[in-house]
Design a protein around this ligand. Sequence first.
Ligand SMILES: Nc1ncnc2c1ncn2[C@@H]1O[C@H](COP(=O)(O)OP(=O)(O)OP(=O)(O)O)[C@@H](O)[C@H]1O
Ligand SMILES: [Mg+2]
Length: 405
Amino acid sequence: MAKFKIGSPSSPKELIDRKEELADLLTKMKSRSINYNVAVIGYRRIGKTSILVKLQDLLEKEEKIIPIYFDVQKNMTEPKIFFTRLQKTIFDSYIQKLSGTQKAKTVTTKIMGEVLSKLLDAFKSKKITSISAQITAEGAIIPKIDFDEKKPDYTNIFYSVFKTLKALSEEGDVKFVVILDEFQDFTNLTRYEGLKDIFNLFRAVVQERGDNVSFIISGSRVHMLNKILDSGKSPLFTHFEKIIIHEMNKKFSIELFTKYLSAKKINVEEDIPEKAFELVGGNPFYLMALAEAWKPKKDIKETYHDILTSPLGSLKNYVDYILSEDLGNVKGGTILKTILRALAISEEGLSYSEISHAIGVPMTKLSFYMSNLQNSDLIEQVEKRFKIRDNIVRDYLEIEAKELE
Ligand SMILES: Nc1ncnc2c1ncn2[C@@H]1O[C@H](COP(=O)(O)OP(=O)(O)OP(=O)(O)O)[C@@H](O)[C@H]1O
Ligand SMILES: [Mg+2]
């Protein structure tokens, strides 16, 4: 129970619901007749990583399947270190599976030696020359990637790392399920020579991966990912099936809220969890933030207002973070903020001409800003009107706008 922590992904044991999503993912990933690739898409903090980590946990129990979980965002850095980390994750998952099937509890140096020679054989048979492996003094197997320091061929390294999956899957007659969380962050590598068209490189990887590798890509940039996946111009993504992660329903939202408080040995009055759901909806992170701050006998609405407005409030900090991430570095950040405030105080959203009028920017200049806000999922278009997508962000901006009046 102590692990029921706010912020980090739910531990597989503590995960509430998500049974349908997991069943769907599990069937697809276990299939060896159809080789699925899946895109798991959902807004920030909706529970994607929690689902993926649970999936990894379930797949680890399957014979002949090796799940690999890799967070592209957390591991992002310059290419050399990034690819070495990815390769190390592949090795670790493979070795864990192999040694897991051995009787001996501790993996001996002898076994590691055998694994190593298997690895090297597999690479040789697939003509992967730029990647090899070595055993450290502690007996761990780590990758060694050959770089020409003066002129590194990143394209080749990118291909080679993914090729090791094919090589190892054939060698061990296993299937790899490669989960790439925060997939869109691969764009950070496009500034390096040889990786400019990284999504095209990835397409080639998907096409040539062989029969025993499935990819799951995941991310929170819903608008952008949908654009990539639906665009006829990106043939890569026609091979990906979308699984959308929605808010949790009322029943499980109430369960999550109640569970969080009972883990802290706090009894909640009957109607509080339901009111919490009415206030923040089925986003698990919002529910937990509310549960964390609520004190017995307190009006939950007041609690909500507190954490959204007080300087140390968890939701205030969260919205601040989102706004600075999405607007902070963009040209025209102040205008974007003005548009958002105008939308926040409107009852039913605003049309293009109403926005133009409200903020004094001509309609012709507006589309740049609007597509910017849509790309970052801050606003959404419903028929002809634009609205703030997330109710918590909307409430935050509405309070702020009214204070400024
Ligand atoms: N089904 C669930 N049961 C219990 N807790 C959950 C569940 N789903 C999410 N949570 C909690 O909600 C928070 C957000 O979950 P998670 O990190 O999985 O979301 P995410 O969609 O990956 O977020 P991000 O956009 O930041 O990557 C975490 O604190 C997690 O523990
Ligand atoms: Mg996540």
